[in-house]
Design a binder for this molecule. Structure first.
Ligand SMILES: Cc1ncc(COP(=O)(O)O)c(C=O)c1O
Length: 442
């Protein structure tokens, strides 16, 4: 029953919201009451001093801060959670990708197939190994690499496919693996945003030859910085271990440093205090993931009733997503031409920390600069390094469009209550109903 002063508001999609006064029906950006309290979202990262600090303090007080037993414990735990044989923690997800590509033997002269809808680190990891990114367009409904467009991009130089489970939503791995098998390509999964996401109950990252994760501060497993490589191949993982530890041989005693290096390497080792933080974060991951799935599913259902709001789609075989971000496409035509920028401002005024997401990575100056380097000139014919021709070959029209339409809501919002998902939808309804007014005022 509506209480005193309560108004029933019918939104654009016919949903009925009860609001306590008419001021709440005006969009916050035009002076109405915001749909949500800005301060209410769960502060990220979650940290519980009582349960989480004991291990971290033990490490700090032990004076053993470089890689040792706590890192090994974290790796064992992460591998167990994923159902994979081995895990190797390193300084961040970027270096996890760099090391993994290197030890999958991706080097100068090789091409790596990759989607343009990703964080720059994915592409930088390819360039760090002197390889050539080949961009394959995305499916705008799922935001993931479109498998139907991969085969046309395979050449005699293609060595790997690097699918990215972007937004924490699984890419279409069944089709990607079939293509890789047919063309004898290695598959490295960038699962940096997708811990615990699953396809047919199999965790992403464990499907290809290897997978990489990120534990950067905003990620679903937040350590500040951190990353991991996972694989079922002992031989590959031993080489990764050695490579991230200056090429020292990797034996059965984890953390042992021999005095003779057996291969080229770098030093990107994880630390004990990072691992202690990570062990605390892993305790919460499953429960948080369940909550994100429930809230995302509900939010998607109610939000998609609003004209012009097109939430992400999952492939049929996805059994769980990680929801690093809740994403939808915003069609301004159905919001009286209100630009995405203004829509975002209006959402933020309602207390929703929404962002616009990625810009196209296949046309940016970092590529041109790399192609001008001596190393690239030695490894590739001039034709391949002509930037205009590169951009022409790597056009991704769906991605260009998605980059202008995407709206992201960060994962910590999905840890709130179901009623908050209603409030988010109500906020969008308000904006929808007042789109023309907003457009003319701000
Ligand atoms: C898709 C993707 N790949 C790679 C990375 C790199 O991870 P990191 O920031 O830990 O280096 C990130 C995260 O930042 C990411 O989102």
């Amino acid at each position: 029953m509506a209480g005193l002063g309560t108004v029933l508001s019918v939104g654009a999609a016919g949903r009925v919201f009860s609001v306590t006064n008419t001021a709440m029906m005006a969009p916050a950006i035009l002076g109405g009451r915001s749909a949500l309290d800005h301060a209410k979202w769960i502060k990220w990262p979650v940290w519980n001093p009582e349960t989480d600090e004991k291990r971290v303090l033990e490490v700090l007080r032990s004076g053993v801060w470089s890689r040792s037993t706590v890192v090994s414990e974290f790796e064992t735990e992460w591998a167990k959670i994923l159902g994979v044989k081995r895990s190797l923690a390193v300084v961040n997800g970027t270096n996890a990708l760099i090391v993994a590509l290197n030890q999958l033997h991706i080097h100068a002269g090789d091409e790596v197939i990759v989607p343009p809808y990703t964080f720059i680190a994915t592409i930088q990891a390819i360039l760090a190994n002197s390889a050539m990114p080949v961009f394959v367009d995305i499916d705008p409904e799922t935001f993931q690499i479109d498998p139907s467009k991969i085969e046309a991009k395979i050449t005699s130089r293609t060595k790997a496919i690097l699918p990215v489970h972007i937004l924490g939503l699984p890419a279409d791995m069944d089709r990607i693996m079939a293509i890789a098998k047919k063309h004898n390509l290695v598959v490295l999964e960038d699962a940096c945003q997708a811990p615990l996401a699953e396809i047919n109950h199999k965790k992403v990252g464990t499907i290809g030859d290897a997978g990489c994760f990120s534990f950067q501060n905003s990620k679903n497993i937040a350590i500040g910085e951190g990353g991991a490589i996972i694989s079922n191949s002992d031989e590959f993982m031993d080489r990764c271990f050695s490579f991230q530890n200056l090429g020292y041989p990797y034996g059965s005693t984890i953390g042992t440093v021999s005095n003779s290096s057996v291969m080229q390497g770098t030093k990107v080792r994880f630390t004990e205090y990072q691992a202690a933080i990570g062990l605390a974060q892993l305790q919460r991951l499953d429960e948080q993931t369940t909550k994100r799935n429930l809230n995302a599913g509900y939010l998607k259902k109610i939000m998609s009733e609003i004209p012009g709001i097109l939430p992400y789609k999952l492939y049929d075989n996805v059994t769980r997503a990680a929801f690093h971000l809740f994403a939808f496409r915003y069609k301004k035509e159905l919001f009286k031409g209100l630009s995405r920028d203004k829509f975002l401002k209006a959402l933020q005024a309602e207390g929703i920390p929404a962002q616009g997401g990625y810009i196209p990575l296949n046309t940016q100056p970092y590529l041109e600069q790399t192609f001008r380097s001596v190393a690239y000139k030695k490894a590739y014919p001039a034709e391949m390094l002509d930037f205009n021709k590169f951009k022409e070959r790597n056009k991704c029209r769906n991605n260009d469009q998605v980059c202008t339409e995407a709206v992201w809501i960060p994962q910590n919002v999905l840890l709130a209550e179901k009623s908050d998902m209603d409030a988010i939808t109500f906020a969008i309804e308000k904006i929808h109903g007042n789109a023309e007014k907003i457009n003319n005022t701000i």
